[in-house]
Design a protein around this ligand. Sequence first.
Ligand code: SIN
Length: 358
Amino acid sequence: MSSQLNIPETTPHILVLGMGGTIAGLAASPADNPMQYEAGQVEVASLLTHIQSAVPNGIALVSKQVANINSRNLTEPLMTTLGETVRQALDNTMVKGIVVTHGTDTIEETGVFLQLTCGKHAQNLGKRVVMTGAMLPANAPKADGPSNLLDAIRWASTSIDNCPGGIYAVMDGRACLAMDLAKRHGSALNAPIQASPSSSVGLINPSWLSGVKAVQALWVEDLPIPRENEWPWVEILTSHAGARPETITHWLSAKVKGLVLAGSGMGGFHDAWKESLVAAVKHGIALVRTTRTGAGETLPNLPEKELSGCLASGSLSAPRARIALQLSLNAEKQALAVGKSLTWQDFFARIAVLPVIR
Ligand code: SIN
């Protein structure tokens, strides 16, 4: 049997969810200027039609357009829709694996969101959810999207070296946990993967795989997906030379529920913030510390004693720590609603201990 597109959903298949991004982008003059393009222009069904002849025999594909945006415009309600779509698809016995095409600008946020809300479920069911994207638009002469999409479909559909179910990402011939994928270069073709601990798609690195299993062993329970209009408001503030207390006090009169402090070095912040951060804690604002360096862990009580009420983010970058804090605040609210006295700190601490894969 050759590969089949848009077969009836009552047949076993791989579900490909389209979110947009450069992988679905179009350049006006692709040969002369491929980087001048609009993201989120091509339907995911059409991306599949272009690679159909290369999809391995026997793989049936169903596509669903969840959104078609430039991912810099990603919204929280859209994340809710995607999370619920992924959960429903995981529960569908006809869906053998899921691919999500996504813009790379905020794939970091969606990757950690899917891990924390659907990761355990995917692992328990032995199904892989695989995110992918591209750095060049679909009509560029050397577009990287088709090979990334093919790799993602293969990764989602085949039993690769005993690799467990879970939330992964595939780009530029390499695979990693989606929560590890981050764009750390504006334009390089391997930008999203180069800072991520990864393994070659074709030949899984055993030490990487044991890292995946270590993360999965510690991630024991998925967090609830916030309802569309119930995402807690959390901002990221960066500490820098010349930081002012007003950067913090400004938020005390707002309805903000949490602040992620992207500190310098090991995640320290400017002394000018100290008093206003104490006031923020008194106001009931949740505080999390991370590093603005883009790599490395932020540990408790380093570089100095912790401000009471402020948690260190472990290996989470600022954008990931923001999603983790939102999900933790939402989980606290849901727990309270059923009479459980778990706090956002309890939930966040479970996330901040997830080990870094090296
Ligand atoms: C986007 O994130 O939607 C645009 C950039 C990209 O996909 O690489």
